[in-house]
Write a protein that binds this ligand. Structure first.
Ligand code: XBP
Ligand code: MG
Length: 237
């Protein structure tokens, strides 16, 4: 297989973002007068639901049986989530969440080798923009020829929709691409789209089930090992 494109997940893959998301949710709850607090063990469980708005609704359903739902519940969740996004992008803008080891090098090498780059994520588009600008500079978004994010597809990961959307925009078959993911939900999504997938784990995902992955790594700090295992060309001088 000659790899023509790499499709990247964002949260947990490009950067270790989930704790930043968690703290931003908590800030939005406090500012909205809600006494909800998502600690690490709870967030670990809530992460099985992808998408922030969907996660808030799942939390209300499973952990807040006495919550007095406002008449416009969807509007309430949307507003709460928009506040969370403000806090999260502010955190990214301050440079509090760096890229994970090896990511910068992988992207530089891929560009040098003519490998196409794309993103497939469930996170909100503003979050992707803020992360890419912080991690790769003001033109960070231009590195990726296709960015699939947020509510652009009807079903978020583990459904394959976002990967199908990205493949369609790139005009490539799944067999020409590899995906890089950090979570079981992400892996189920990319595999269901027929894409060979590599995993880098983090504190929230390391105990998850990665059956079907091409290989699992702690991170990409040994980038040449990753190139060897994945079949990507080695760095050029
Ligand atoms: C991770 C997610 C996201 C973030 C929160 O997705 O599930 O929902 O936790 O982001 P991925 P939002 O790893 O596919 O990027 O609050 O913007 O949804
Ligand atoms: Mg992820």
């Amino acid at each position: 297989m000659i790899i023509k494109a790499i499709i990247f997940d964002v949260d947990g893959t490009l950067a270790d973002t989930e704790d930043g998301h968690r703290k931003s949710f908590n800030k939005a709850f406090a500012e909205s007068g809600l006494n909800w607090n998502w600690d690490v063990p709870l967030y670990d469980k809530l992460l099985k639901v992808t998408g922030g708005k969907e996660r808030i609704k799942h939390f209300v359903k499973t952990c807040q049986p006495d919550f007095n739902m406002p008449a416009d519940y969807d509007g309430f969740v949307k507003k709460l989530h928009a506040l969370k996004t403000l806090h999260y992008t502010d955190m990214l803008g301050k440079g509090d969440i760096p890229l994970r080891p090896g990511i910068r090098q992988l992207i530089d090498d891929a560009q040098r080798n003519g490998i196409r780059l794309a993103i497939a994520t469930t996170t909100t588009p503003e979050n992707v923009t803020a992360l890419l600008r912080q991690g790769f500079g003001i033109n960070g978004e231009n590195i990726f020829e296709v960015i699939g994010s947020g509510d652009i597809v009807p079903h978020k990961k583990p459904a394959p929709d976002i990967y199908f959307w990205v493949l369609d925009k790139m005009g490539l078959p799944a067999t020409d691409c590899i995906a890089l993911e950090d979570s079981e939900n992400g892996l189920r999504s990319s595999l269901a789209a027929g894409i060979k997938t590599f995993i880098t784990t983090n504190r929230y995902t390391s105990a998850q089930n990665f059956s079907g992955a091409a290989a699992v790594f702690d991170d990409l700090s040994d980038i040449n090992h990753f190139y060897h295992v994945s079949g990507l060309p080695q760095s050029r001088a």
